[in-house]
Structures are given as structure tokens and as C-alpha cells.
Design a protein around this ligand. Structure first.
Ligand SMILES: *Cc1c(COP(=O)(O)O)cnc(C)c1O
Length: 415
């Protein structure tokens, strides 16, 4: 039985449908670093491109089982997994681009991704940062050397929603690689393939794994990009179906040569987490909307950025693209007379921690932590206020979250 079923049914039963081992309902954790063959010709065949395993740096049956789930979730052609989300992003940029190439990227991106752009610039790959909430900004930044456009679905932490559909149409028209970081929405809310993306990247450490107990990243090839005319594919990987060349090069040049591979133990944890993605995310999104509405009307708050609020600049776009849900990130800027550090110290349920997409609600002072290194000028350009608190809303009872925030505001007044 292997016909496509619903999103969650397929995740739950996929391991069995792809081939049972000892009747186990989960794919076992394969810890072997090497895979042996009785006939040397079979070993040779795997080295020459036949599907199979040789050395675990290029994958194991456990990572393959997770990759199959991700491919299904994204309705893609094939997926690769990496040790972290950053490894997945670095893999694309460093193996498909070369010195002299140019990237157009959203200026509203995860801080570490922004730092990675600095590394790429030093390697001779130029990056133009634009306001990707409007396709016009992307169009204006494109040059003859542009090879790739990068956006996040919902930006961390400002919650800007990129002009995903129009940018996709533009990239397809101009044969540009369109890389979408789907971490904040996950394939449960949004499939980048639907807007013409070449790759959907996910940090599995966030919603997909969901329990903050394993790191991982993935890259799903949607199969939409024809690599025949893409000059950076080396001759060795120009064989077979041209829609598969890009991912083959990423697999060989990044997983094999750079080695940021996902180990079997976290792959298993992430696969188990994925089983409840739809349930957790629906609940957390419901909670996030309630928390955002509470903060939005609270006198201690200057501004709330959450795509589910009608005054969010891309509210209608988010509503249309993300199945009527708006993800779990709520960015609240407190009024100037409330010290955000003192406020955070009053919280009793909400955990003071970085990270997003956990089952637990987390909060951190964004400007002073994850965005500290980039300095005030870039922070201002990215719309990150100095008193901004980034909440990642979890699956607790929403009344408990709102009561916790309420008592923290009350405690601040008493000071
Ligand atoms: C966390 C995150 C990443 C990086 O993922 P890691 O697994 O932590 O390396 C990339 N993009 C976004 C939007 C993220 O939130």
C-alpha cells in the first residue's frame, strides 16, 4: 500500500508502507556508519548512482525515512536532511552558486541567515537585501548575474509575509532558483511548491520536530526547476532527468564533501515529532491569535506584529496563503516606559529562551539577543524595535498564557 493519503495519515503510516522491518511501526534507528555488500558489483553500483547506502555521511535508512515523509509533506520530488536548518541553507548557497553570482534576498530574515550572507559576500557571492513583501523590490534588484531569490514565508521576528506568489511567477519567468525558507509556516500551513518554488527549506528543529529535543534541517526539491541551462551544474551531475540535477549536486557537494549530515538518533526523534505536526500547529496557531489579540489591546504594548491581526500589512495575503492560520510567532513591542527585561523576569509560565516552534511558549528580547550582533542601524532597517519581545507560542491552555502575561503587566505597574 503506497498510494498518497492525507497529510497526517501518510506521516503516521509511511514507515510501514515504504517497507516494514521486523514488523516495526517506526523505522528503526540505524546506527551503522557503513553498509556492506556481498557482491562488490553492488557496492560499485551504489557509488555510481544506484539508490542505496555506502557511508552514513550521505544518508542512512533512518534519514531516508524522514526524507520520504518530508517529500510527501511538501508534495515534492525528493528531499535531503541535514544536521541543522543552517546547514541546509549553507548547502544550497555554497554548492549551487559560485564567486561572481548574485542573490536577491528578503531583508527580513532570520539573524543567522543574515550572518551567513556576510560569509557569502566575503566568498565573492553578492547579496542584495530587499523588502520582499513587494515583488517590485525583487524585480528592481535583479541583475544579469542573479541566480537565486531567497525569502522566508513569515519573517522572524517581524512577521512580514513575503510576496510569495508574485515572486514565484517572476522567478519562473526568468529561470531563477527560488529558495523558500518554510520554517515558520511548515508544510502544514504552506507548500512553497504551490507558488513555484525550486526548493522548500525547513528547520526541522522548529515546528516539524516540535519538542525542542533534536536539531535538523531539510531541503525539498519541488521538481519544478529545469537545470539543463543552469551553468553551475558540474558535468558529473548532468545525467538523468534534468529536474533532479540540482539536488544531486547539493547531496554530493554538501552532504558528502562538507558533511553536515543528520545522525540517525535525531532523525528518529524528528520523524516522531512530525506525526503530530498538524495537531500541534493548529492548537499553537489558535493560541497565538488569542495572545496577539490580548497584547494588541493592552495599554502596556506599543505595537503587535502578527499576520492574524487585521491591521497587519499582509493580513489578507497570509489569510489566503496559509490555510487561514498565521503561525506561532508574535512580535510585541512594549511601550517605552516598560523595561522589557524586567517584564520578562515577571513571567512564570512563559520560558525565557531563544528557539521557536516548541510545544512550550517561549519569549526573548530580540534586539538584545539574536539581533544584538547586527547593530542598531541594520536592526532599524529590519524593523526590530529595541523593546521588541519575540514570543513563540506553544500548545498550553491559552487562558494560562494570557493570565501569565496579565500578571506580568500588573507586577510592572507595582514597581
Ligand atoms: C531556526 C531557523 C533557521 C535555522 O535552523 P536551525 O535548525 O536552528 O539551524 C532558519 N530559518 C528560520 C526561519 C529559523 O527560524
Amino acid at each position: 500500500m503506497s498510494t498518497q493519503k492525507g497529510f497526517t495519515t501518510q506521516i503516521l503510516h509511511g514507515d510501514r508502507w515504504f517497507g516494514t522491518e521486523h514488523s516495526a511501526v517506526h523505522k528503526p534507528i540505524h546506527t551503522s556508519s557503513q553498509y556492506s555488500y556481498n557482491d562488490a558489483a553492488d557496492l560499485v553500483a551504489v557509488f555510481q548512482g544506484k539508490p542505496g547506502y555506502s557511508y552514513a555521511r550521505q544518508g542512512t535508512p533512518t534519514t531516508s525515512a524522514l526524507e520520504d515523509k518530508l517529500t510527501h509533506m511538501e508534495a515534492g520530488r525528493a528531499s535531503l536532511t541535514f544536521a541543522t536548518g543552517m546547514a541546509a541553507l549553507a548547502a544550497v548557497f555554497t554548492t549551487l552558486l559560485k564567486s561572481g553570482d548574485h542573490i536577491v534576498a528578503s531583508q527580513f530574515v532570520f539573524g543567522n541567515t543574515n550572518s551567513l550572507f556576510g560569509t557569502l559576500t566575503r566568498l565573492g557571492i553578492e547579496v542584495s537585501l530587499v523588502d520582499a513583501t513587494d515583488v517590485m523590490a525583487v524585480k528592481q534588484a535583479v541583475r544579469p548575474e542573479t541566480k537565486l531569490v531567497f525569502v522566508e514565508t513569515v519573517a522572524n521576528p517581524g512577521t512580514q509575509v513575503a510576496d510569495l506568489e508574485a515572486i514565484g511567477a517572476f522567478c519562473n519567468e526568468h529561470k531563477l532558483i527560488y529558495l523558500v525558507d518554510n520554517t515558520l509556516t511548515s508544510p502544514w500551513l504552506f507548500r512553497p511548491k504551490d507558488v513555484g518554488a525550486t526548493f522548500s527549506m525547513n528547520s526541522l528543529s522548529k515546528h516539524i520536530g516540535g519538542h525542542a529535543h533534536a536539531l535538523g534541517g531539510s531541503l525539498t526539491d519541488t521538481g519544478l526547476f529545469d537545470w539543463s541551462d543552469f551553468e553551475n551544474i558540474v558535468d558529473t551531475y548532468r545525467f538523468g532527468n534534468p529536474t533532479s540535477w540540482g539536488l544531486t549536486q547539493v547531496k554530493k557537494k554538501a552532504l558528502r564533501d562538507m558533511g553536515a549530515s543528520l545522525a540517525a538518533e535525531p532523525a528518529h526523534r524528528l520523524a516522531v515529532g512530525a506525526e503530530t505536526l498538524s495537531l500541534r500547529l493548529d492548537r499553537a496557531c489558535d493560541n497565538a491569535l488569542k495572545v496577539a489579540q490580548f497584547l494588541d489591546q493592552h495599554p502596556g504594548v506599543a505595537h503587535v506584529a502578527y499576520p492574524g491581526l487585521p491591521h497587519h500589512p499582509q493580513h489578507d495575503r497570509a489569510k489566503k496563503l496559509f490555510k487561514g492560520r498565521f503561525s506561532t510567532l508574535v512580535a510585541a513591542t512594549l511601550k517605552e516606559d516598560i523595561d522589557c527585561i524586567a517584564f520578562l523576569n515577571q513571567l512564570k509560565i512563559v520560558i525565557l529562551a531563544t528557539h521557536v516552534g516548541d510545544t512550550r511558549t517561549l519569549a526573548l528580547p530580540a534586539a538584545k539577543t539574536i539581533y544584538h550582533e547586527m547593530g542598531p542601524a541594520l536592526r532599524q532597517q529590519m524593523g526590530i524595535g529595541e523593546n521588541l519581545i519575540r514570543f513563540s507560542i506553544g500548545i498550553e491552555e491559552s487562558e494560562d498564557l494570557i493570565a501569565d502575561l496579565s500578571q506580568a503587566f500588573v507586577a510592572m505597574q507595582a514597581h
